[in-house]
Write a protein that binds this ligand. Structure first.
Ligand SMILES: Nc1nc2c(ncn2[C@@H]2O[C@H](COP(=O)(O)OP(=O)(O)OP(=O)(O)O)[C@@H](O)[C@H]2O)c(=O)[nH]1
Length: 511
């Protein structure tokens, strides 16, 4: 009798242990899901402000330990926003498509277009424009390209047929400077470089149209690639969040129904044990006791087997859904990190000047504001310098635009090499560079700036077999209390103006 009781106790203990294992597994699963959701929402930061806000709320709710079932509205919100992002992208794309197609069709109607340009135009309209998709970085550039294209078209329509009227150097300059702003990769970068090297100020409007068309077609191809990467990420993000949502809901529903079954079984077992206990106490003969115990034990053992089966099923289900979610999470995480890397690269590139690979004007503005904020807090010495290449136009005019480009690249490299690691130099635009020297007073800056000027003067440029001396003028100032970036810039500009007026190849300081 005691032996049977022990067996029963042991079985009950085993059942309780098994239940603990299942509960631990569920707890762990919930933790993994929480961590994933938090990580996911952090990783998505920066895609869209509204999305950021919702994800922050989502993270907060997770941090507070809100029940998974109550997270549904947050998940729905995020899903809604992701869908909106897709819609926004589509709308931008439509606008862009219409604008480009419109420009293309107008041009098609023009008589006298060169055969090559007409052919590229037809190809662009028939093939590439069907694939064009919007991308935030490319949209403004493409719009500008289209504007030039329109101007060129109008110029063409307005010209009488004299050769002189067909030459528009200002359009060539605009097109070149736009092409310089394009930061593309590998093959596309090479193609743009080739087109740029062919553009000259003596190009006819037809030639310029041809170049603009070629650039548009390279940009559209890149946009399409970029869009595919962004969209495939958004789609899989969307899909995984939806899957996650379903999985959470079905796991909790499944657990609810199982726990009801557990309760019933537990109650049954408890009452049978109680019953057994009372009946053994009340039994009057050994034979009736034996009969009773055998019967109760059999029924109890059936219940325990049923309970074990239930636990086994739950364990298997949990394990399956756990593995499934885990593999989806790691798949999405891989995608996410590739996409983030691309975004970072893109952002990094958008802060670099395409020609000189120095930080560009946007990067400078960011840094200048940052230095200003620091200066307002700690008022340390900061010297700010505007640098301009002297008579640069004549280099272009005498030796060609690509000689001008090469000059800018060489000067940029020399400037970068000659400054301290803590200084910040960027190409502000055209042939103008700006330099920020933190921790440097204007008095101390005079010597290194003079050295910089001499370094550039000493570069042995050679064009068309002719030794050419190229110089720079520098205007410097130190940040002062009460300055705004604009005031400081104006002061440095005045100093530069003075250096130019006093014969160039000079450093002037405005205190
Ligand atoms: N090759 C090339 N030329 C550029 C680029 N950006 C601007 N330019 C040219 O730089 C020239 C600047 O000329 P200006 O502003 O008249 O000045 P400058 O000839 O340097 O004369 P000063 O500044 O008065 O000494 C213009 O002809 C622009 O077309 C570029 O990226 N590449």
């Amino acid at each position: 009798m005691q032996q049977q009781h022990d067996v029963l106790n042991k079985k009950l203990k085993q059942a309780i242990d098994a239940r603990t294992v299942v509960e631990d597994a569920r707890k762990h699963q919930v933790e993994v899901l929480s961590q994933f959701a938090a990580k996911l929402s952090l990783s998505c930061k920066g895609l869209d402000i509204e999305l950021d806000n919702r994800l922050a709320k989502f993270r907060n709710a997770l941090k507070k330990g809100v029940k998974f079932e109550l997270l549904t509205p947050f998940i729905d919100d995020v899903l809604g926003l992701l869908k909106q992002q897709e819609t926004k992208q589509m709308a931008l794309q439509r606008e862009l498509n219409e604008s480009v197609t419109d420009a293309g069709k107008q041009l098609q109607k023009v008589r006298g277009l060169p055969d090559d340009a007409r052919r590229s135009l037809r190809y662009l309209l028939d093939h590439e424009l069907n694939n064009i998709q919007s991308n935030h970085d490319f949209v403004p550039l493409l719009s500008k390209l289209i504007l030039i294209y329109h101007q060129a078209l109008q110029a063409k329509l307005a010209t009488t047929n004299t050769a002189e009227a067909q030459i528009r150097p200002e359009l060539a300059t605009q097109l070149l400077s736009l092409a310089n702003d394009l930061v593309l990769e590998d093959e596309s970068a090479e193609q743009i470089k080739t087109i740029k090297s062919k553009i000259t100020h003596n190009d006819s409007v037809d030639d310029l149209l041809d170049s603009a068309l070629n650039i548009i077609s390279i940009v559209t191809r890149n946009m399409s690639k970029e869009r595919q990467s962004a969209q495939s990420f958004l789609i899989s993000l969307n899909q995984t969040i939806e899957d996650l949502h379903h999985s959470i809901v079905s796991t909790s529903k499944h657990s609810e129904s199982l726990s009801a079954e557990y309760d019933t079984l537990n109650k049954q077992i408890e009452s049978k044990i109680k019953n057994l206990h009372t009946q053994t106490q009340q039994a009057t003969s050994i034979s009736s006791l034996k009969e009773l115990v055998e019967e109760e034990l059999k029924s109890l053992s059936d219940d325990l087997i049923a309970k074990e089966k239930l636990e086994q099923t739950e364990r298997e289900n949990l394990l399956a859904s756990f593995n499934d979610i885990n593999s989806r999470i790691s798949h999405l995480e891989t995608k996410l990190s590739t996409y983030k890397q691309r975004l970072n690269e893109q952002r990094f590139k958008s802060l670099l000047d395409g020609l000189t690979k120095l930080p560009n004007r946007a990067a400078f503005d960011e840094r200048f504001n940052h230095e200003f904020n620091l200066f307002n807090v700690q008022e340390s010495d900061i010297t700010f310098v505007v640098i301009d290449v002297d008579h640069f136009k004549s280099i272009n005019d005498q030796y060609g635009h690509s000689a001008g480009d090469k000059t800018l690249q060489v000067i940029a490299k020399a400037l970068q090499k000659s400054i301290r690691k803590s200084d910040f130099i960027s190409r502000y635009g055209g042939e103008e560079f700006v330099l920020l020297m933190s921790g440097m007073s204007i008095e101390n800056a005079a010597v290194p700036l003079e050295k910089l000027r001499k370094t550039i003067q000493g570069i042995p440029f050679k064009f068309k077999n002719k030794q050419v001396e190229i110089t720079i003028s520098l205007g410097a100032t130190q940040l002062k209390k009460g300055d705004t970036p604009l005031i400081a810039f104006d002061r440095a500009d005045e100093a530069l103006y003075k250096a130019k007026n006093e014969g160039r190849n000079k450093v002037c300081i405005s205190k």
